[in-house]
Every structure is written in structure tokens, then in C-alpha cells.
Design a protein around this ligand. Structure first.
Ligand SMILES: Cc1ncc(COP(=O)(O)O)c(C=O)c1O
Length: 418
């Protein structure tokens, strides 16, 4: 299914139709779901030729290019094309979850004896991979304290290099759950310096989950890989799990080849759902962003709230504000806030909410709220949790697309109970 696209088109236009050509499906305006695990070859020679194309990179023969759905299938192709064009990558690999994408990046690009430099905090699952799993394979994680400062990233890199070559610089910006911002271009420059000094340039990946492609495009800022938990804003309805990695064809090709063995591709129906979700992503992003500003402003002015980490409130002249102005086209709609007191006060408020739903995850059409210390970051050791500002009174909210007045009224009545 070859799909050409007009590069002069805006992402809002491409997200409606790019990746699917109706001529390939009887003119169906919308793509069918290809619920099949395997594909019938046209002949024995055709079977051999499609295997040569898939495994050896030989030129694809005519006819169907598909073999078996764990390797590739039409809905996966469609959704990968759409994601890559939104992320401005040459290609994208789509996985069965964000963690499948993140773990594939670590396992494909880091080797025993190497280190992974990472920003702080990271999503709990990423932290678990870095500190609970990768060390068993001789890969050492190394945290950067202040990734808004190029000097600090370079200093951490110098320390990490003492333990072995740096395979990856993994950034998460804004970070879950604190909204901590990372200077992506500065990290890419540090990778260049390491490359010049050691002859091996680490790959720079950015977890873009908190903002998504309509707010931030890490590949355009110098990153090599853009990772997204598509479960969140891109899926957008809290009804599927998926993850994506965009970047240069050669790098994405490594991930796709390995995904065949991991068996972590996205299934046809979820791919179809995701393709459909992409069509409204820009509208949802915009509306949720407007609501988030209203909710964050309400919370900031509330006497029972100690602080709010909404990115739009970064003080003028601060490094975070300058970096966000450079690398983002908005502030997203997930942020955290500190309730005065601790766990007891936080729980009292949560248990009174009626419109906001108490659940982990983010980026859905509905507003979700959770207590990270006892949920998303349950497994993160307390000292590392406190170090990055996830205290017992920290709450994370993912603002949805409801009417903002209803969200604020619900928060108001719940805070009255504290
Ligand atoms: C920033 C971030 N990255 C990755 C993930 C993992 O994504 P998934 O749940 O789709 O595996 C999450 C999940 O919450 C996340 O918040």
C-alpha cells in the first residue's frame, strides 16, 4: 500500500487521512480492520520474494507484501505511517504498549558494559526497567540532576562515561508526574560532543507522552527517537494500550526487526482504533489544554493547595519557561499539585470527587486524578521519589475535554472536605 503525501499539508490535515489509500480497499472511505493472523501468498515464488524483502531488505515484489501479522499487517502499516508523519520521522514502529516501546529501545540499543544516561524523574515503568531490569544485563543507569542545564547534562555524561560507553541518553519531557522539563536540543549537543570525543555518539530518545505530536516534536529538536505511550493522548479515550517510536528509517528498522521476535506489535483492531483517534488528536489537545489552564489557575489560588506544577506557570525568565517557549507549542494538560498536609488530606479529597475519576493513566477525554506515591510511583524507592518532588501530598491530574466549570465545581466541593 504505497501512500504518497504532500509535504506542504499541515499535520491537522495529514492526521485525517495520511496512511490509508481507499484504492487499496474497494474505495472504502475508512479503512477496514484486517482481522487475520496470516496472509495467503500468490505463489511459492511470491512467498520466497516477500520473505527476501522482509528479512534481507530486497526490493518488494508486486502483490501483497504481508506474511504474518506478528511481522506486519495492513492496519499497523497505516498507523505507523500516520504517527511518523506527525512526529516528523522517516518511519515509526508501533508496539502493544508504551512500555513495550520503551523496553524495546533499551534492549535494542544498549549492550552489557554500557550505560544509559536518563533524566529525572522518569515514569515508574521506565524507572523499573532502568533500575530493576537492565542492570541484570550489565547495563548501568545514570541519572542527570538538572537537564535544563547543558553543563549539568555534560557533567553527568562525563561521570557516566567513567563506567562505560553511553549507549542512550533517555529524556522524558515533561516528566511524569512532576512536569519537569528537559532541554532536548542541549542533550542532543551533549551527544554530539560525546561522539566527537569517543567516536560513538549515544542515541538521544525523548518520551513525548505528556505532550504528544501536536505540542512537541522532539525529532525536530535534535532527538534521534521519539517515544510515545499512544495509550494516552494519541489513543485519547482510555480504551486501548499502544506505544510508538519514530525516527530515522535505519533506527526504526532495528526496532521493527526485533519486535518480530519480542512479539510486541500492535494488533489490528487497536491499530484501527488508534488511526481513528489520530483524526481528533489536535482538537482534543487544544480543548484539554484550555481546560487545564482554567483548572490549574483555580488550584493555584486555592488556600488548601500548596503549589501547582502546571508548565504554563513557570516563572518568566526561568530556564523551564525559556526551554518550553522554544520547544513546545503549549503546556499540555497533565500536571501535579501539592495539597497542604499529606496522604490523609489527599485521600480525603480524592474520595469526595464525583466528576473527576480516580484512576492512573492520562490523556483520555475524561479527567483522571491519582496519588502518585501510592499508585504510579508505588515501586519507586522513597528517597528517589522525594528527590524528584513526589511527596505524600502530591496529586496528578490529567484534565480532559469536559466543561471546565464542572471540573472546578467538583474540585471545590472535594476540597471543602479536607
Ligand atoms: C510518560 C510515560 N511513558 C510511558 C508510559 C507507559 O505507557 P503504557 O502504559 O502505554 O505502557 C507511561 C504510562 O503512564 C507514561 O506516563
Amino acid at each position: 500500500m504505497s501512500v504518497e503525501f504532500d509535504t506542504s499539508l499541515h499535520p491537522e490535515t495529514l492526521t485525517i487521512s495520511h496512511g490509508y489509500d481507499p484504492r487499496t480497499a474497494f474505495g472504502a472511505a475508512k479503512p477496514p480492520v484486517f482481522l487475520t493472523s496470516t496472509f495467503v501468498y500468490e505463489s511459492a515464488q511470491h512467498a520466497k520474494d516477500v520473505h527476501r524483502a522482509y528479512f534481507d531488505g530486497a526490493e518488494a515484489p508486486g502483490g501483497s507484501p504481508y506474511i504474518y501479522s506478528r511481522l506486519n499487517h495492513p492496519n499497523l502499516d497505516m498507523v505507523e505511517r500516520r504517527l511518523s508523519v506527525l512526529d516528523r520521522g522517516e518511519d515509526a514502529a508501533v508496539f502493544s504498549s508504551g512500555m513495550a516501546a520503551i523496553s524495546a529501545v533499551m534492549l535494542c540499543f544498549a549492550r552489557p558494559g554500557e550505560t544509559i544516561l536518563h533524566t529525572k524523574p522518569t515514569y515508574g515503568g521506565t524507572d523499573g526497567m532502568l533500575y530493576g531490569f537492565m542492570p541484570q544485563f550489565g547495563v548501568t543507569p545514570f541519572g542527570v540532576d538538572d537537564a535544563l542545564s547543558e553543563a549539568s547534562i555534560q557533567a553527568a555524561a562525563n561521570q557516566a562515561l567513567a563506567s562505560g560507553p553511553i549507549a542512550l541518553i533517555m529524556l522524558e519531557s515533561p516528566a511524569n508526574p512532576t512536569g519537569t522539563v528537559v532541554d532536548i536540543a542541549a542533550a542532543a549537543r551533549v551527544a554530539d560532543v560525546i561522539g566527537q570525543r569517543t567516536g560513538r555518539r549515544p542515541l538521544v530518545s525523548v518520551d513525548n507522552t505528556f505532550l504528544g505530536p501536536f505540542v512537541q516534536t522532539p525529532l525536530a529538536l535534535g532527538a534521534d527517537l521519539c517515544i510515545t505511550s499512544l495509550t494516552k493522548y494519541c489513543g485519547g479515550h482510555s480504551d486501548l494500550l499502544a506505544g510508538g517510536v519514530s525516527g530515522a528509517k535505519a533506527l526504526v528498522g532495528v526496532l521493527k526487526a526485533q519486535r518480530t521476535f519480542f512479539g510486541s506489535h500492535l494488533d489490528p483492531y487497536s491499530s484501527w482504533l488508534l488511526l481513528r483517534s489520530f483524526e481528533t488528536l489536535h482538537l482534543r489537545t487544544e480543548r484539554a489544554g484550555e481546560n487545564a489552564l482554567k483548572v490549574a489557575t483555580y488550584l493555584r489560588d486555592h488556600p488548601k493547595i500548596a503549589s501547582v506544577t502546571y508548565l504554563g506557570f513557570a516563572p518568566k525568565g526561568s530556564a523551564a519557561q525559556a526551554v518550553m517557549a522554544r520547544q513546545g507549542r503549549g503546556f499540555g494538560s497533565t500536571f501535579s499539585f501539592q495539597i497542604k498536609g499529606g496522604e490523609a488530606e489527599a485521600f480525603r479529597m480524592l474520595d469526595r470527587l464525583k466528576v473527576l475519576r480516580l484512576a492512573v493513566s492520562l490523556g483520555g477525554s475524561e479527567t483522571l486524578i491519582c496519588h502518585p506515591a501510592t499508585t504510579t510511583h508505588y515501586n519507586v524507592p522513597i528517597e528517589r521519589r522525594l528527590e524528584v518532588g513526589v511527596g505524600d501530598g502530591t496529586l496528578r491530574v490529567s484534565v480532559g475535554i469536559e466543561h471546565a466549570d464542572d471540573l472546578i465545581a467538583d474540585l471545590a466541593q472535594a476540597l471543602d472536605a479536607v
